[in-house]
Design a protein around this ligand. Structure first.
Ligand SMILES: CCCCCCCCCC(=O)SCCNC(=O)CCNC(=O)[C@H](O)C(C)(C)COP(=O)(O)OP(=O)(O)OC[C@H]1O[C@@H](n2cnc3c(N)ncnc32)[C@H](O)[C@@H]1OP(=O)(O)O
Length: 163
């Protein structure tokens, strides 16, 4: 299996992966060509019930991990179309967690099924997800008019390279 390579962060403002978002999760991703992974500690301000991490935050982490896998393992821009999450064990504020994701199924040329799971440092699966992702060519994504074309072109130049 190929070694893990750090992936280049492409939007400093993203709540999940933006390194410049002071309220965000600052996720950094690595890929071995088959899977994408990240590790993080959830900051104190994202708690839900007492010291528990809010489920919506865990869902964001899973969505982000599946999105990075969809982008980097299929080579397309993506939109999350649907996702399901199963919360299996509590995650606590300040606890280190690991997330991994992969392409589970290439449903069609324009759709892929992804999976992700969050584990604690004991190796227990705390949350897992499945998602359906729409895959776009650069031209089709520009046509959607969701992200400025100059930003997509800059991403295209750097996105598929290591950090
Ligand atoms: C920061 C950098 C790192 C990036 C990480 C980002 C992670 C975040 C990921 C997200 O959370 S994305 C935000 C949450 N998701 C959304 O906002 C998606 C909203 N939903 C949609 O836009 C549509 O439901 C979706 C494109 C996902 C699926 O559409 P459908 O397959 O149901 O098709 P639909 O019939 O609704 O098509 C709408 C239009 O999109 C077009 N389309 C759909 N899938 C396409 C595709 N794959 N390629 C090209 N065009 C596509 C389709 O042809 C059509 O074009 P027209 O309006 O011109 O007729």
């Amino acid at each position: 299996m190929a070694e893990w390579r750090a992936l280049k962060n492409i939007d400093p403002h993203c709540f999940a992966c933006g390194q410049g978002n002071s309220h965000g999760l600052h996720m950094r991703f690595f890929s071995n060509g088959e899977r994408v992974k990240s590790r993080l500690v959830i900051p104190d301000h994202l708690r839900g019930w007492h010291t528990l991490v809010h489920g919506g935050v865990l869902a964001t982490i899973l969505d982000e991990a599946m999105s990075w896998a969809a982008i980097h393992l299929t080579g397309h821009f993506i939109l999350t179309q649907e996702m399901t999450v199963r919360f299996k064990k509590p995650v606590h504020i300040g606890e280190e967690i690991r997330v991994q994701s992969f392409v589970n199924e290439r449903v069609s040329p324009k759709k892929a099924g992804l999976k992700a799971e969050i584990c604690n440092m004991s190796g227990d699966v705390c949350a897992e997800s499945s998602g359906l992702f729409a895959l776009f060519t650069t031209e089709d994504f520009i046509r959607k008019d969701l992200v400025p074309a100059h930003m997509l072109e800059a991403m295209n130049e750097s996105m598929w390279r290591s950090a």
